[in-house]
Design a protein around this ligand. Structure first.
Ligand SMILES: [Zn+2]
Length: 225
């Protein structure tokens, strides 16, 4: 049970750097070869780009991943997913992603997804596996149409620093994201998640504390905390 005051807590659903702040909850993404600290919340997954590495052994990586996912402080499997713009074979990416869908379902850990131009395949695989675990597409920057398509399948969306750039298409489409399906993140950006929250609250013409309460509720619901 997390004892935090509603309306003052920021949640960074996907980041690669640990920050210590009483008002901040993060899911820190670690590499499979990194040990998991006892304190805090983490995610481990096999990124589709891992397939680039000539020494990559899927079976071994999946075994390590399974061990990591059994830790209670590892809240989610991620990043995993599909990337159509990347050179790794798409067929191999799908295979690796499907094994991770199976792990997510077996161990009941939600997934944080890397989705580059692969919404259709991701949705098809969610249906094929009859996946029940929540999925969050991180670094989302799509159109109103993409939002409808993904949320229509019960997939959550996490938006990051692209919200700070008025020229990006997410700037126009952001208001179409149902707040019950929204998360915010910093990913690799060297900014605080508060900056992303403030931009989001401004765009939605909403009090920051209301936005914090809504996203906190999503977090508590997804991770049973
Ligand atoms: Zn990331």
């Amino acid at each position: 049970m997390i004892k935090r005051v509603l309306g003052t807590t920021f949640i960074d659903i996907h980041t690669h750097s640990v920050k210590t702040d009483n008002n901040l909850i993060q899911i820190v993404n670690l590499d499979l070869n990194q040990p998991c600290p006892e304190q805090g919340y983490y995610s481990y997954g096999i990124h589709p780009w891992a397939l680039d590495d000539a020494d990559f052994q899927a079976k071994k990586a999946l075994q390590t991943l399974e061990e990591k996912l059994k830790l209670p402080q590892v809240l989610a499997l991620g990043e995993a997913g599909l990337d159509k713009m990347h050179k790794a074979s798409f067929k191999q990416q799908i295979e690796l992603f499907e094994r991770q869908i199976e792990l997510s379902e077996a161990l009941q850990k939600p997934m944080i997804l890397h989705d580059v131009r692969s919404h259709n395949e991701i949705i098809a695989l969610r249906k094929k596996h009859k996946a029940q675990q929540p999925w969050i597409v991180h670094g989302f920057s799509g159109t109103e149409q993409d939002i409808k398509q993904l949320i229509g399948q019960g997939i959550y969306l996490s938006v990051g620093e692209s919200l700070l750039h008025p020229e990006r298409k997410i700037y126009k489409s952001f208001k179409f994201i149902d707040l019950d399906y929204l998360f915010l993140e910093t990913d690799m950006a060297e900014i605080g998640v508060e900056t992303v929250y403030e931009a989001a609250a401004n765009m939605l013409e909403m009090d920051l504390s209301v936005l914090q309460t809504r996203i906190f509720a999503n977090f508590a619901r997804l991770f049973n905390l």
